[in-house]
Design a binder for this molecule. Sequence first.
Ligand SMILES: [Zn+2]
Length: 405
Amino acid sequence: MRRGYKRWLAQIFVIFCCVWLASTVQGYSFDMVVPDVREPASLSGGSACPVAAHQLTTPGYIDLRWSTMLDTDPVTIITQDQTAGGQLNEIEAVITQSLAAWTGVSGTVLAPAAFAALARTSTQNACGADGINSVCFDQMDLAFTPGVLAFARIVTADRAEIVLGNETASSEPGQIIDADVYFDPDDANVTFATPQALPANPKSYDLESLMIHELGHLLGFSHTAVWSAMMFPYAPAPGTYTGQRPSAPRPDAPLSDDDRTGLRVLYTDLTDTAHAGSISGRIVPASPLSLPANPPGVTGVFGAQVVAVNAATGAVMAATLGGWSCAAPGPALFDGSYTIARLPVGVSYTVYAEPLNGVVAPSQVIPALDDLCRNSTTDPGWPPSQACIVPQPNLGFTVRTLPGP
Ligand SMILES: [Zn+2]
């Protein structure tokens, strides 16, 4: 199966996201979850407005360990240093640097201190819904269907006091309580190389590019349609990497502005005045008759990619999925609304909308689109006043823009 899917497990959302191969959709987007308003407001918050999946940023809170068990037949992780210890250090450096790319973004509350010290485990199948975030290089999984190079399985709480394994109970809806990253260990045609080993192994995939992408899922990202972004759902071609390598002055260099803006939205630092810009509006069809009759109440275009471009340079600064809004106590309204927040101030922007009918399809952003509503069909006993049905993404519109003032 080449598309993402989700499973409903008791009161937990499990979200699955992959890096696909093949060559070359939508802007940054987040895995969303509707709090379980059947539970007391003290646990759910009382609102059925979707919340973005996220990690807690309390210092030391986000644990991460990686399994040192590596496949040797065939060797799937290729390092320059072939000694046993050197190989592990080289792989560990990739994980450390990939985390540093995300924590290196200015203007967020996701500080390096949010992560506990990176740990190793010798357990081969360390990945599982145990409340411990793990990276696995030699664990088979049914999700490894043809084309899937790596994926992350994310478990998000839809209320407080959900417990996985021996870990601390969740404290709020949207909190990611387990995130595991799997790399394909069992395809003789698929190998991953560290940055040091990639030049000599041009048929390998860049381990660092894929690691940064999967750690983006660990932080709550869904996919983006911005092709230069790390959260684009397709891996860079073998022997190549996305963006630039991180460097001391630019630890977040591999990320695109779309990734950075998404991170600032997800982990907003309200003291950051440099990225306090926000653009919002509604996408509506020329004729309301072109809106779907079902579900009822749809008053705008849903599932469009809205892109903010730096008017002076032409660079894509951020893009997001538009089409809905929500005010407590919910549910979401499908009114065509979009907001692109945390943009650099002092910049002029051009904004346009495009349908998700290109190389990135709605199936690749399922957690960001499908999880905006719950109702008595999905969840027995759901209160009707807070129920909704997600419409089909509108893929058929053509874009006309009106000149700004
Ligand atoms: Zn992905």
